[in-house]
Design a protein around this ligand. Sequence first.
Ligand code: 5GP
Length: 192
Amino acid sequence: MTKLSSLVLVVSGPSGVGKSTALAGLAELEEVEVVVSYTTRSRRQDETDAVDYHFVDEETFREMVGRDGFLEWVTYDGNFYGTPKRAVEEVLERGRVAVLEIERQGTVAVKRQFPQTVAVLLEPPSRGDLEARLRSRGASGEFVDRRLALAERDDPVRGDLYDQIVTSSETSETVGALVRIIEARYRPSAPD
Ligand code: 5GP
């Protein structure tokens, strides 16, 4: 397998599967940069602006769409989410691994634009486990039901789109699996 000196790694998975925790672990790697998306969703109490997302209003989001600032953007569960184009390009120009935590439609769009993309789907060990994790966040029953329905909607397409499927139980194991995927595909650029 030819290794690449820059790489786009997409990580998808249903809400509550542990994507953010796994990516926080992965971000410790020197060659990895997690690209922070923009969203119009309200910030949760445990989230920090510019770390978890750039939280913006709809007008700001639309203005970025208008000047072609997104690599891809979608509406999901009634809110806008988008990947800033320039941020991804900058990571790739630095010869590093750009990690995007995005959903299925965004994954299709990114793969079309960056053929070097590796797309990974994180799966819960079971639906019951996912439901328990979502409820433990203190979210409303209505929110949990909506997000579980969205996860089920995406289930049938997973095999065609994703290069690897990782069962996410322990965070350390999930991070380890992602590191192995990066190691298989990525060759850091030689220092000048
Ligand atoms: P949440 O509201 O739970 O943080 O995110 C909802 C969904 O939007 C998740 O599946 C997450 O991966 C996805 N998402 C977050 N940022 C982006 C983005 O920039 N683009 C796309 N396509 N999906 C995103």
